[in-house]
Design a protein around this ligand. Structure first.
Ligand SMILES: [Fe+2]
Length: 300
């Protein structure tokens, strides 16, 4: 089934929800360390943004858990989206009480994990204007474990209109919903569940380095990177937030400018030219072209 025949068409990763035992501590990390803007706060929740969207991160009181909800923007109006999901065999629930910034939400449970997905047409504006030297440009992608790669891939492609971007061996798939190489990636695991990492985009390598110095000043150390991945070819760095969630800061992610041609915008570091979506071997040079590999990051 191609993207045009999918039940709905996701156009953007909007936000990711977290549960945390200490909303104040994680809010401080997001505002003081990652330089996000706190847009709204209730007794139990904090809404943070990097830009004009009301939020891209929602923190909620609870256990330390990543990716408790994911917000996706869709092209369809929500009436049509709900009808088409129903036709495809998926029940969804229309909600007006999800939270500030998203008064109209269609909630559908993700296949394989049951994670609530919040489908929206757009968010209210955050009111944040301009930019600061440090702040990431946007929420880039969120990676999670899934018991079945195929079930998840079928759900994302056939139901939500994602396109296949890359697979590593038989355990790691990358899916896109717009020009970016991936907004969602999934690692097959019978051992782990939940979020693998969440990733924020930096403008360029200099911006990334500036943020790494800022992390160091605040005693946040990388456990992997900088390096360059094969799939997506992004420069990557990984560290942990105060709850232990893995945070990726990246730049230079592959882009697809023309779906009809189907290859990534050519870059000098590509292994092939043109470079198409492909299945990669688990070659260490593909995991990090620059060398060092953090093996626990690949454990599944
Ligand atoms: Fe990533």
């Amino acid at each position: 089934m191609t993207a045009t025949q999918s039940a709905v068409r996701v156009s953007k990763l909007g936000y990711v929800g977290f549960e945390t035992p200490d909303v104040a501590r994680l809010t401080e990390y997001y505002t003081k360390v990652l330089d996000f803007q706190l847009v709204e706060q209730t007794a139990q929740e904090a809404f943070l943004t990097t830009g004009t969207d009301h939020h891209c991160v929602v923190l909620k009181q609870g256990q330390a858990r990543g990716r408790t909800a994911v917000g996706y923007e869709v092209w369809e109006d929500l009436d049509a989206a709900q009808r088409r999901l129903k036709e495809a065999g998926y029940d969804s629930e229309r909600r007006s009480d999800i939270g500030p910034g998203t008064p109209d939400v269609l909630v559908v449970d993700e296949a394989e994990t049951g994670t609530p997905l919040h489908l929206i047409t757009a968010q209210d504006p955050s009111g944040v204007e301009g930019y600061t030297p440090l702040r990431p440009t946007k929420l880039g992608h969120v990676a999670s474990f899934t018991p079945s790669l195929k079930g998840m891939q079928d759900f994302y492609q056939d139901l939500l209109g994602f396109r296949w971007s890359d697979t590593v061996a038989d355990f790691f798939v990358f899916l896109r919903c717009n020009g970016d190489h991936h907004a969602a990636n999934f690692m097959a695991s019978q051992k782990f569940e939940g979020m693998h990492h969440i990733a924020y985009e930096m403008r360029d390598p200099a911006h990334l380095i500036q943020m790494l110095d800022h992390l160091a000043k605040n005693n946040y150390r990388l456990h992997w990177g900088p390096g360059r991945h094969g799939p997506g070819h992004n420069l990557f760095t990984y560290h942990r937030d105060p709850d232990g969630n893995v945070i990726e800061l990246f730049t230079q992610l592959d882009m697809i400018h023309d779906e009809a041609k189907g290859y990534w915008e050519p870059r000098p570091w590509h292994e092939e030219n043109p470079m198409y979506p492909r299945t990669w071997e688990t070659d260490l040079a593909f995991i990090n072209a620059w060398g060092p590999v953090d093996f626990p990051s690949l454990d599944h």
